[in-house]
Design a protein around this ligand. Structure first.
Ligand SMILES: Cc1cc2nc3c(=O)[nH]c(=O)nc-3n(C[C@H](O)[C@H](O)[C@H](O)COP(=O)(O)OP(=O)(O)OC[C@H]3O[C@@H](n4cnc5c(N)ncnc54)[C@H](O)[C@@H]3O)c2cc1C
Length: 480
C-alpha cells in the first residue's frame, strides 16, 4: 500500500463484485482518494454465474444469455466499457415465445406481458386459455383495487386479479423461467413491482398494460425504438466480464481466495482467508451470495447474519445442445418456450438460442438451451450428468421433433444460485442494509437484495460503492 492510502476489499467476483471494483477505482480517481482495491474470489475465475463457452462452432451461454434494456444500468455499464457497438437485440423475426400445454407448443398470445394481456384479439383467440379462464381474466377490467397495504405473493396477486388459470397456465411458468421459484412464495413488491404499481394507479392490470403499450408506441414513433427488450453481446455475455476485468488493472484480483472470517481490530476489518492468513481493509463490499455472506458476518452482526441466511436459494441447471438443423423438425421461429409445472417434467424452459440471437450457431446447426430445476426440479438436479442430459433430451424430443442425438451437450449446474425474494423480502433487505451501515465501511451488493438481473446487480454495486466512498472520504489519511 502506498503511504496514506486506504484499502477497499470486494468479496465475490461475480458481475456485482467486478462492477463494484470498477466503480471503486473510478470513484477514488474522481475524488482524488488514494485507494487500493482488492477483489477476493473463491473460485479460480471471475464472472460468477456469467460464463460463455464455445463448442461445435457455436457460442454457448452457461448462465445468463441476455439482460433487460428497460433497466438502464445494464446498457449504461456496457456503454461506459466501450461495448455499445457489441450490443445485439433478439432477432426481430423471432421475438415471439411459446408455452407448452398438453405436450404441444402454443404461441404466447401477442401482447401478453408476463402475467396479463395488453392486446385483446390475440388473447381471445389463443388456445392457451379456456373460455371460462379468459372470462375470469377479463374480470380484472372491473375488479376493485386491493384494500389494505402489505406485501403479498405473486400467486395471490395473479389469482386475485386474473384467476387460477392465468396463474397455472402462464404466470407460474413465466415466473419459474425467470426466478426458478414458486410464485406462491415470491414477493410481488420485490419481484414484479410494476404490477403492484399498475393496480395502484390504474386499478386494472389489463387497462394499465394497454395504456403502457399505447404510450410506448407513441414514444417509439417519436424517437424510434432504441434497443430490443432483451440484449446480449455479439461475443457472448462473458465479454462484459472481460471488459470489466480489463478496466481493473489498477486493482488486485485474487482468484482462489475464499473469505472465511471477518473481525474488527484496531479500527480496521480483518478478512480471514481459507488456508490461513488475513487481509486488512478499511472498506468492505460484500458481493456474495447471501448464504456465503451469512457465514462471514456471524461474529460481527449475528442479526445480519441470520437475515442473510434466511434468504432461500434455488438451484438450476442449463443444458446447451447443438443439433444438426435437419434433426430438428420444429421451425424454431421464436425465442423459446416455458413449461408449466402442471406438465410434470424436469424441463422448466428451453431457449432457441440460435434463433434468439444472431451468431450463436453456424449454418446448418441449431443451438438449444434447456433449463431444469427450480421449485420442482430438485430431484432431477440430483441425477448424474449423463442421466440428466438424457432426461432433458427425451423431454425435448417429441416437443421439437428431434431425431438422433445432439452433436454437443454441455450441462452446467448452479447450486444455490438463484435467490428467492419471498413475501416481505424488501422489508428485510432494508433491515439488512441498515445493519450493514452500522458496521463502519461495510456495504452489501449482488443479486440477493434488490433485483436478480444483471442491470440490478450493476445498479446495486454502484449504490454500495457510492456509500463506501463517502465513508472513505471522511476517514483521515492512513498513517504512512
Ligand atoms: C442459470 C442462470 C441464468 C440466468 N439468466 C439471466 C439472464 O438471462 N439475464 C439476467 O439479467 N440475469 C440472469 N441470471 C441472474 C444473474 O446472472 C445473476 O443474478 C448475477 O450474475 C449474479 O451476480 P452476483 O455477482 O450477484 O453473484 P454471482 O455471479 O453468484 O457471484 C458471486 C461470486 O462470489 C463468489 N464467492 C462465494 N463465496 C465466496 C467467499 N466466501 N469468498 C470469496 N468469493 C466468494 C462466487 O464464487 C461467485 O463468483 C441468471 C442466473 C443463472 C444462475
Amino acid at each position: 500500500m502506498t503511504p496514506g492510502s486506504r484499502r477497499a476489499v470486494v468479496l465475490g467476483g461475480g458481475v456485482a463484485g467486478l462492477a463494484a471494483c470498477f466503480r471503486l477505482l473510478q470513484g477514488a480517481r474522481e475524488r482524488g482518494l488514494p485507494l487500493e482495491v482488492v477483489l477476493l474470489e473463491a473460485s479460480l475465475r471471475v464472472g460468477g454465474a456469467i460464463e460463455t463457452a464455445r463448442a461445435g462452432g457455436c457460442l454457448l451461454e452457461k448462465g445468463p444469455d441476455c439482460f433487460l434494456s428497460v433497466k438502464p444500468e445494464g446498457v449504461a455499464l456496457c456503454r461506459e466499457l466501450g461495448l455499445e457497438g457489441q450490443l445485439i437485440g433478439t432477432r426481430p423475426e423471432c421475438r415471439r415465445s411459446f408455452i407448452l400445454r398438453g405436450g404441444r407448443l402454443h404461441p404466447v398470445p401477442a401482447g401478453f406481458y408476463l402475467l396479463a394481456p395488453s392486446s385483446l384479439t390475440p388473447f381471445v383467440t389463443s388456445p392457451v386459455f379456456s373460455p371460462l379462464g379468459k372470462l375470469r381474466m377479463a374480470l380484472d377490467l372491473v375488479l376493485p383495487r386491493r384494500r389494505g397495504a402489505g406485501d403479498e405473493s405473486l400467486a395471490s396477486f395473479v389469482r386475485r386479479r386474473l384467476g387460477r388459470e392465468a396463474l397455472d397456465r402462464m404466470a407460474q411458468p413465466m415466473v419459474a423461467g425467470i426466478y426458478a421459484a414458486d410464485p406462491e412464495e415470491l414477493s410481488l413488491e420485490a419481484t414484479m413491482p410494476q404490477f403492484l404499481e399498475m393496480e395502484r394507479r390504474h386499478r386494472s392490470v389489463i387497462l394499465a398494460l394497454r395504456r403502457r403499450v399505447a404510450q410506448a408506441r407513441g414514444a417509439a414513433a417519436a424517437s424510434g425504438p432504441r434497443y430490443a427488450l432483451f440484449l446480449s453481446l455479439a461475443g457472448g455475455m462473458e465479454t462484459l466480464v472481460e471488459a470489466l476485468r480489463e478496466r481493473l488493472l489498477g486493482a488486485s484480483l485474487r482468484c482462489g481466495a475464499r473469505a472465511v472470517g471477518l473481525r474488527r481490530e484496531g479500527g480496521r476489518w480483518r478478512v480471514g482467508l481459507e488456508g490461513g492468513g488475513e487481509l486488512e481493509a478499511d472498506a468492505l463490499c460484500a458481493a456474495l451470495p447471501a448464504h456465503a455472506g451469512s457465514k462471514l458476518f456471524g461474529e460481527v452482526s449475528p442479526r445480519l447474519s441470520a437475515l442473510l441466511g434466511g434468504i432461500p436459494y434455488g438451484s438450476v441447471a442449463t443444458l446447451n445442445l447443438v443439433f444438426r438443423r435437419d434433426r430438428v423438425a420444429h421451425p424454431l421461429d421464436g425465442t423459446g418456450f416455458v413449461v408449466p409445472a402442471a406438465e410434470g417434467r424436469p424441463l422448466m424452459a428451453c431457449s432457441f438460442s440460435s434463433s434468439k440471437f444472431a451468431g450463436r450457431a453456424p449454418e446448418g446447426k441449431v443451438l438449444l438451451r434447456a433449463f431444469a430445476g427450480g421449485a420442482r426440479g430438485g430431484e432431477a438436479l440430483a441425477l448424474a450428468e449423463g442421466e440428466l442430459i438424457r432426461r432433458l433430451v427425451e423431454d425435448l424430443r417429441p416437443v421439437l421433433g428431434l431425431s438422433g442425438e445432439p452433436e454437443e451437450a454441455l450441462l452446467q449446474r448452479y447450486g444455490r444460485a438463484m435467490p428467492h425474494y419471498t413475501v416481505g423480502h424488501l422489508g428485510r433487505v432494508e433491515e439488512m442494509e441498515r445493519l450493514a451501515a452500522e458496521l463502519p465501511g461495510v456495504a452489501l451488493a449482488g443479486s440477493a437484495y434488490r433485483g436478480v438481473g444483471i442491470p440490478d446487480c450493476a445498479a446495486g454495486a454502484a449504490a454500495a460503492v457510492a456509500r463506501l466512498l463517502d465513508q472513505l472520504a471522511g476517514l483521515a489519511p492512513a498513517a504512512g
